[in-house]
Structures are given as C-alpha cells and as structure tokens.
Design a binder for this molecule. Structure first.
Ligand code: HAM
Length: 422
C-alpha cells in the first residue's frame, strides 16, 4: 500500500458536517460589516515581499520570523499573505480608490499564513474576517469598527469575551514617550536580548511575559499618560461613541500589538476560555501606512477577527452556532417509477428553495432510512410505485415519527411549507 499523505502541519481543516459551524462563524463575523456598507475585496493570496516588510514592519515577528517567503520563476521575492491590511492598502492605492468617495470601506475573509509553532488555536494557515475603513480620522468611525466586531461576536451568542482598548498616540506624542520608556528601561536589570529589544522596539518589552521582568515594569511610563492634546481628544471621543453604541471595554494601557503600523486607537478581543491563544480578534488605526506604501497620507482603521479562534470560543461556551443538518427533506424511492418521480421531484423542491437529498444506489428501505437519519433531514418521504398509483404520499416527521399525508400535486407546496416552519 502507498503511504498516506497528510495535510501540512498546523493547517486546520473544516470538513462537513462540522464545517457548517465554520461557515456560520464566518457569516456571523462578516454580516455586521456588510450591513454597515462595507464592500467586499478578494485579496491576492501572495504579494511582493516588500509590501509586508514596509507595511507591517521588518522588525515584527510576523515579518522577520513567520512569513512563508519564496522566489518565483521570475526571481521575484514573494510572500504568502500573513495579514490583510497591507494588501488592502496596496490595492486601494493601485486602483485609485483613494481619489474617490471617502472613507473607503472594505471587508475581506480568507486564509492567512504565518509559520508559527503550531498549537491549539495557533495555526500556520489561519482564517480571518477583516474590515478596513480608510480616509477618515473621525473617532466615530473607530467606534463603528469596534462595535461591528463586538456585534459579530454577540450575534453568535458569545458573552464571555473582553474588549481591551488603548491609544498608542501619533507621530507627535509617540517619539517623546518612546524616549521616556527607553530611559526607564535602561535603569532596569534586563538580560542582553531584552536590552537590545529595549533599544530597537521598547514597547515590546512591556509585553514581556516573564514575572521578573513584569515586576520591574510596574512603574513604567505608559503612552496613555503622554498623549498629545489631539490624541487625547480623539481617544476621549472614541470612548464617547462606544458608550453610545453600548460597547463595554477595559482600558489596556500596556497592550502591545504584533504589527508595527498601529497609531492611536488600538484594541484586542480576548476570550478567557482559550488558554494562551486567547486573542479572538484585534485591530486599530494606522495613520502612516498608506504614505509608507507610496500613497497619499490617509488614515485608516480596521480589524482582523480570527475565524478559527472564534469558532473555538463558541465551542468553549457550548454554543450551537449552526444547523448541522445537510438537508431539510430526504427522498427514498422504491421501484423504477418511484425513482423517476423522486429524481424530478428533487429538482422541483430545490427550485422551491428546499434542501433535498436522495437515497442513492437503489438501496433497501432499512439502509435508506439510516441514510435519511444521518442526513439530519426533518422530513423523509418514502415513495413506492404503488403510492404513485394511489396518489397518496406520506411525509414522515423525523423528530416524532408522525406523518402528514399529501398528493403528488401538493407535495412540493406541503414540503416547502413544512420545511420553513420551526
Ligand atoms: P492580528 O492581531 O495579527 O491582526 O490577527 C488578527 C487575529 O487573527 C488574531 O486576533 C487572532 O484571532 C487571529 N490569528 C492571528 N494569528 C493566528 C494564528 N497563528 N492562528 C490562529 N489565529 C490567528 C492582523 O492581522 C491585522 N491585519 C488586523 C487589522 C486589520 N488591523 C487593522 N486592520
């Protein structure tokens, strides 16, 4: 026998019937954005490596350690997309959307690739639903983006997550804060790699998970206490609009995001039942990104919600997010005339919006009933040649075994009505 080939490491698969949950989560996370007028963008799966180096930041783990990078046949350096924001920005600039109506509101969904060490909830092929709103600094837009994520989680029934919020300041107030933090860090007892990090990216040190480092950071200066007047006003306004939309949050002044482009409003959604991979979504504002990528100097804000982790969170909260049935109606034919009838009936039912499957391979009644059970159908119709002659068909209600009698003429309408009832 040939050796079995397995899926690559760290790549989750969503296979029917469980994939119904995946689709339900993706729809739940994207519907609020669609209802808020975000248009869909299908991004390339890979881009010029320079896009991520410049857009996301050469010193981030995502770019420096986790990208799947290769040289294509034309000797160009290509990377599988590790995230969506840089690609959206490239597309907006390339297609001239920034010269049209602002803000530009776009949503996307799909797989992203990060060569992380796989573990529960941390994958190399991860799924996100994302939105980006570009070309307005209006703090109400920040609140909209956050509220749309919150609504997505709530629509799935999630209740235990928390929203962590902070402001990372701007090009006016961040550099002086950074210097303050750096000089504070210089006075601490840190190992050499952490010292180097303090020089290169001092904010990252705030995120150090080790107790002995955290203990020394208790009095570290925090960006929220050193915001310029504009950033302070902006952050106050964002929180004002969040209150108006009924969104709850926790202040998280030590939050550090893994991507370099964030400015001002920055947020993460955390789920306490997911262990170390608790981030179910995150995002923020990015003031310098478009200019960094050669476009105009327009600000933007967006989020990326982890579809895989949101599904894990739904399971952890015991939620049934999807109808796991494949079909509404299962047709079993016994006899040649009955088979012809069932085949033509299946088309008519599907055209009427009823989900239908049939028993295949002319199995006996027992095997066919087993298939009907497995399909999850709420109704089964067993059709024998004699039923057609007498023009009486019985619709079996699978939940309680009762039947509804009907005629060939009324069958489609009756099944259509029954399958729409709860
Ligand atoms: P991110 O925080 O890197 O942000 O990823 C967003 C979400 O994707 C995370 O909160 C997490 O739920 C999920 N995720 C990330 N990595 C993995 C992984 N290895 N396995 C499973 N899930 C994962 C971004 O990607 C930004 N582009 C979000 C954004 C959009 N900011 C502004 N606009």
């Amino acid at each position: 026998m040939n050796e079995i080939i397995k899926a690559p490491k760290g790549v989750p698969e969503y296979v029917a019937p469980d994939s119904a949950e995946f689709l339900a989560v993706r729809a739940g996370l994207s519907t609020p954005a669609i209802n808020a007028g975000y248009g869909y963008i299908e991004l390339p799966m890979y881009e010029d490596t320079a896009l991520y180096v410049r857009g996301v930041g050469a010193s981030t783990d995502v770019v420096s350690k986790e990208m799947f990078t290769f040289t294509d046949r034309g000797e160009r350096s290509i990377s599988l997309r590790p995230e969506g924001t840089a690609g959206v920005m490239r597309s907006v600039i390339e297609n001239g959307l920034d010269r049209g109506q602002l803000p530009i509101k776009l949503w996307y969904a799909g797989a992203f690739f990060r060569a992380e060490r796989p573990q529960a909830g941390r994958y190399r092929q991860l799924q996100q639903v994302g939105i980006e709103a570009i070309g307005s600094e209006d703090p109400a837009l920040d609140a909209e983006v956050i509220a749309l994520a919150d609504e997505g989680y709530r629509s799935l029934g999630l209740t235990q997550y928390t929203l962590k919020l902070t402001s990372l300041g701007c090009s006016t107030c961040r550099p002086p804060y950074r210097e303050k933090l750096q000089s504070f860090l210089t006075g601490l007892e840190l190992d050499e790699p952490t010292r180097q990090r303090a020089l290169l990216n001092p904010l990252r040190v705030l995120d150090d998970k080790r107790d002995e480092v955290q203990a020394q950071l208790a009095d570290a200066p925090l960006q929220v206490n050193f915001l310029c007047v504009d950033c302070q006003n902006h952050y106050d306004a964002v929180r004002h609009f969040l209150v108006l939309q009924g969104v709850n949050w926790e202040e998280a002044p030590r939050m550090v995001r893994g991507l370099d482009y964030y400015t001002r409003t920055t947020f993460e959604f955390d789920h306490p039942l997911l262990g170390s991979q608790s981030g179910i979504g995150g995002g923020g504002r990015y003031d310098g990104l478009m200019a960094e990528l050669g476009g105009q100097s327009l600000s933007g804000i967006g989020f990326g919600l982890g579809t895989d982790r949101t599904l894990l969170a739904c399971r952890a909260e015991g939620l049934n997010v999807a109808d796991m049935s494949r079909v509404d109606v299962f047709l079993i034919s016994l006899g040649a005339a009955a088979k012809d009838f069932a085949v033509s009936l299946s088309s008519r039912l599907r055209a009427a919006g009823v989900r239908v499957d049939l028993s295949w391979g002319d199995r006996g009644l027992k095997g066919s009933m087993k298939a009907a059970d497995k399909s999850g159908a709420r109704f089964t119709v067993v059709i024998g040649d004699s039923d057609l002659e007498s023009d009486t068909l019985n619709i079996k209600h699978m939940a309680d075994g009762t039947t509804t009698a009907t005629t060939t003429h009324d069958l489609v309408a009756t099944l259509q009505r029954l399958s729409k009832e709860n």
